[in-house]
Design a protein around this ligand. Structure first.
Ligand code: URA
Length: 213
């Protein structure tokens, strides 16, 4: 609050009028982030800690309005310690730029923080062990909107097994939060199925429209 607002607040209070201020959209606490990141870095809750090079925690802006959630790190992410930095990540960055978003307008994380060997799908027990970390990330970022990337993340986050093509195109609510969650294709899928890129752009443009509301 600046000096003028403080003075105005003082007069209004003297007149018996309560001053309401808009709350910051998310309350960022550096030490909470440090604690969570350290807990993840030393996590041994599942066997993936035996084969990982390092944990993969996040990329992007912790104050972003849009949170992107993928499934698990691959080989390049395991090497660099950041999500979506391999070929799929490069496509993701092109999509983000293509819909007019800046890199600092998104926060990116995965359901799993460790790479499953040979890039196999995450198992349900691994996601159950790791999912609490993602929940804490969602709570601390408090994004306006979540976009689940691909079938595995969408099924885990929504607790359903509906085909991804039927989950697209409408918002859901993420768990106990009030945060709208949308679903789109995983960029690795789009690398294998470029014909579906147009549908992915439709999804992303809808998400951007929602953010502008
Ligand atoms: N695929 C994912 O789901 N996440 C990554 O970080 C990389 C590839």
């Amino acid at each position: 609050m600046n000096e003028l607002m403080q003075r105005q607040g003082h007069y209004l209070k003297a007149m018996g009028i309560d001053l309401w201020l808009e709350r910051a959209p998310s309350v960022q606490n550096t030490s909470d982030w440090q604690k969570l990141e350290q807990t993840v870095a030393s996590c041994q809750r599942c066997a993936l800690h035996c084969t990982r090079k390092q944990t993969v925690f996040e990329r992007g802006n912790r104050e972003a309005k849009l949170m992107l959630i993928g499934e698990a790190p691959g080989a390049e992410e395991d090497k660099q310690g950041k999500p979506f930095v391999g070929r799929a990540g490069q496509l993701l960055d092109r999509i983000i730029a293509g819909v007019g978003l800046k890199p600092e307008e998104v926060y990116i994380a995965n359901v799993l923080k460790c790479r499953p060997p040979n890039n196999r799908d995450p198992t349900a027990p691994e996601m159950a062990e790791c999912g609490g970390y993602l929940e804490q990330q969602v709570a601390m970022v408090a994004p306006r909107l979540i976009l689940a990337l691909g079938r595995i993340a969408a099924h885990y986050l929504l607790g359903v097994s509906t085909p991804l093509s039927r989950l697209r195109g409408r918002p859901y609510i993420f768990a106990e939060t009030q945060i709208p969650l949308w679903v789109s294709y995983h960029p690795a899928y789009l690398l294998r199925n470029p014909a579906d890129k147009a549908k992915a752009y439709e999804d992303w443009l809808r998400v951007v429209q929602e953010l502008l509301k």
